[in-house]
Design a protein around this ligand. Structure first.
Ligand SMILES: Nc1ncnc2c1ncn2[C@@H]1O[C@H](COP(=O)(O)OP(=O)(O)OP(=O)(O)O)[C@@H](O)[C@H]1O
Ligand SMILES: [Mg+2]
Length: 301
């Protein structure tokens, strides 16, 4: 049995399709990253999986439970951290944890040691009596995570858990996620940080509500055809125009930070090397750029 199994899952809001025909399987115990730009349908998908929003069409199961019919069961068995950490600002760290222990109906003999474990996991022991309102972003985030997993769920859904959190806190957060994963928890996490996606065993790219690819990071990078080259450029747009009107056929070319990247047939690569370009390994961002273009061409065709 898969931890998550979706079959043509669709959600419309009026005539607008936010999630379009998503078919997907997530193996138990992996970290699955769900990546896409703002408004691509990540939260809408997660909310359907957590039993918080009904699908318009298609179906899905989480831990073998049907997301439309068994939503109450699902809510009890999963861990969910929403995009806005759901903490009570006027409660202290430990009071927030106690509140969630009550919400999950943990008996006190189970709840008390679990709360201690969560304080340790999140590194919050010394801040146990601070008001949640006074915690900085990274601490809030780890407290919210602790609250979401108090009941030891076999699957955890994290919706943009690292938004607005500094890099050090992001690293600490990912350390915890890896620990949970090693312990057997399945984790589905949305993000638009491509570097974070490298932490995932598998990644789904979502674009305008469509799942345009789902694979391991290495598998995704292998989908880029040809040779990728890069060259620093202070005026990438000018260089881009020059290349596009030039004689060498390009599979793709785009600005990338303060540089330009070109994708060419391997036999053309030597011509670019002579112009100061260097062969680079594709990043997930390159893969995303490539797959979005391929998807657009398919839609138009
Ligand atoms: N309740 C709703 N009513 C109408 N439209 C909605 C509703 N919820 C979401 N949408 C629309 O559906 C689309 C997908 O939204 P969603 O929140 O799933 O995107 P997202 O990928 O999570 O984006 P972000 O990265 O900004 O969090 C957006 O265009 C959004 O405006
Ligand atoms: Mg979202």
């Amino acid at each position: 049995m898969y931890a998550v199994e979706l079959n043509k899952l669709t959600r419309r809001f009026g005539s607008f399709t936010a999630v379009n025909n998503i078919t997907l399987r997530i193996r138990k115990g992996i970290i699955y990253g769900f990546l896409g730009p703002n408004g691509s349908g990540k939260s809408t998908t997660i909310r359907m999986l957590c039993g918080l929003l009904e699908p318009t069409a298609g179906s899905g199961a989480v831990l073998g439970l049907d997301i439309a019919r068994n939503s109450e069961d699902i809510k009890r068995h999963i861990g969910y951290m929403s995009q806005k950490f759901s903490l009570y600002d006027d409660l202290t760290v430990i009071e927030n944890l106690r509140f969630y222990a009550g919400l999950y109906s943990l008996p006190p003999e189970e709840g008390a040691p679990r709360i201690q474990e969560m304080l340790e996991l999140a590194g919050l022991q010394t801040r146990r009596n601070e008001l949640a309102a006074n915690l900085s972003g990274g601490w809030k985030q780890r407290l919210a995570l602790g609250c979401a997993i108090l009941h030891n769920p076999p699957i955890l859904f994290l919706d943009e858990p690292t938004g607005g959190v500094d890099p050090k806190s992001r690293r600490m957060f990912w350390d915890i996620i890896h620990q949970l994963s090693l312990g057997g928890t399945t984790v589905m996490v949305t993000t638009h940080f491509m570097d974070e996606a490298e932490h995932c065993d598998e990644i789904g790219f979502i674009f305008e509500g469509n799942l345009i690819a789902s694979d391991s990071p290495a598998g995704l990078k292998g989908r880029i055809p040809g040779t990728l080259l890069a060259k620093p450029a202070s005026e990438p747009m000018e260089l881009l125009e020059e290349l596009e009107s030039g004689p060498i056929p390009l599979l793709d070319a785009y600005p990338f930070g303060a540089s330009i990247r070109v994708l060419v047939d391997p036999e053309q690569a030597v011509q670019f090397a002579a112009k100061g370009y260097q062969v680079v390994a594709p990043s997930l961002e390159d893969v995303f750029v490539f797959l979005v273009k391929s998807h657009r061409e398919e839609v138009v065709a």
